[in-house]
Design a protein around this ligand. Structure first.
Ligand code: SAM
Length: 393
């Protein structure tokens, strides 16, 4: 339920978005696919969660991402991709998808400068105009003018030929996802409709050919049909999305970090309700259709599907491991030691150790989050040597 103490402006904002979604449902003849609902709830221009300034990163917000809790995550990512960028040399670009608050870019750029691997351009592809402004303001304050001048914001993927690194943390989990359900052996797609009072409700409609084929592909791979009533998420468009965001990348690397599972673990019988969830003020919310525009919606990543999409786009699979292994394998201990040596007091050293714990502990982000890399005409070096999980894909 919405809190009675909710700010009236915030409520009015959500109501405007709900009205827009209702109009679209009526115009569509009574129901829209859940993925379209999620797209509007998160990205409707000027109103969606990410487009309108509702998205709150960090301790006072709705969720905390790894780059938000300190510099260590971004610094280790910088260490991992530095050999690729140095190998490419002067013309290298680093393209970050979904830049959040801009903290990742700040920490990564500073580390890339320190290890002599700063690319010619650091480009951020951020669909949300509001987040772009936040990122720009953050980086203008934190970087020197000549370094800030090397940062740019893209309106879409780089279509011209380019070489470098494409990176995304927690972006695939924010892609609007279709939800499927099995009923008497047939594949249905979850839609959102209106009840007599105009509230959002879920209804199932027969799935289109693309979604039905994708569900059957998963069943064949798992060698078992889904049980009747099984409901989950699946991104049939992931291969097209990966191809699109790569754009004209000729040589270099792709690196994705997100929460998720290999396919076999994603579609376990006990996960019969799927992985979709809503977050508001650090709380998991049951009702994904409530508070449109005020809560984050997210689904876990099928890393087997990501491996298929990356290799399908013409890249070599470079590695897959959990976040703890990835960070440890890319200099976490050294980064911690350096920060500790510069820390002004014990409280600062304690905060650094807490940061490491959050990033690596199995009960925090260490195992739930995983990293997957791809390369073409470039080498990651030792980035994926620790904790290989590719046998689980
Ligand atoms: C959960 S936030 C993660 C932000 C940041 N990477 C971090 O780790 O703090 C998801 C981000 O992905 C962005 N995003 C969503 N769809 C995208 C797309 N198709 N391409 C690039 N970014 C996208 C959102 O606007 C948002 O900035």
């Amino acid at each position: 339920m919405t809190s009675p103490h909710e700010d009236p402006d915030v409520l009015a904002h959500s109501q405007r978005l709900q009205a827009l979604i209702r109009d679209e449902i009526r115009a569509a003849g009574g129901a829209i696919p859940f993925s379209r609902f999620m797209e509007l709830a998160l990205y409707a221009p000027g109103l969606g969660y990410y487009s309108a300034g509702a998205a709150k990163f960090g301790r006072d917000g709705d969720f905390v991402t790894a780059p938000e809790i300190g510099a260590l995550f971004a610094e280790c990512v910088a260490e991992a991709v530095a050999p690729v960028l140095r190998g490419i040399g002067e013309e290298a670009w680093f393209v970050e998808l979904g830049g959040g608050s801009g903290r990742f870019a700040e920490y990564a750029i500073k580390r890339l400068m320190a290890v002599d691997a700063m690319p010619a351009r650091y480009a951020i592809l951020e669909p949300s105009a509001d987040l772009r402004e936040r990122q720009r303001a953050h980086l203008r304050q934190r970087l020197t003018p000549p370094v800030f001048d090397r940062v740019e914001w893209l309106d879409g993927p780089v279509q011209a030929r380019w070489r470098g690194v494409l990176f995304a943390n927690e972006v695939i989990d924010a892609l609007p996802t279709p939800r499927f359900a099995l009923r008497e052996g047939e594949v249905f797609e979850e839609h959102v409709a209106l009840d007599a009072q105009g509230a959002f409700v879920c209804v199932d409609r027969p799935a289109d050919a693309l979604l039905a084929a994708a569900v059957r592909h998963v069943e064949r791979q798992l060698d078992a049909p889904f049980a009747d009533g099984y409901r989950s998420e699946l991104l049939p468009q992931l291969p097209y999305w990966v191809q699109a965001v790569i754009g004209g990348l000729q040589a270099g690397a792709l690196l994705f970090v997100d929460y998720g599972h290999p396919r076999r673990e994603y579609y376990l019988p006990q996960r019969a309700g799927g992985t979709l969830r809503a977050f508001r003020r650090h709380q998991l919310r049951e009702d994904v259709l409530a508070h449109a525009g005020l809560q984050d919606l997210t689904a876990s990543v099928d890393f087997t599907a990501l491996a298929e999409a990356g290799t399908g786009a013409g890249f070599d699979f470079a590695g897959y491991c959990n976040q703890a292994s990835f960070l440890i394998g890319n200099g976490l201990a050294q980064r911690l030691a350096e920060h500790e040596a510069r820390a002004p007091d014990e409280a600062a050293r304690y905060a650094l150790r807490q940061q490491v714990k959050t990033l690596t502990h199995p009960d925090a982000m260490g195992e739930r989050f995983q990293a997957m890399g791809f390369a073409r005409g470039a080498e990651f070096g030792h980035a994926f040597l620790a904790g290989d999980l590719s046998y689980r894909l």
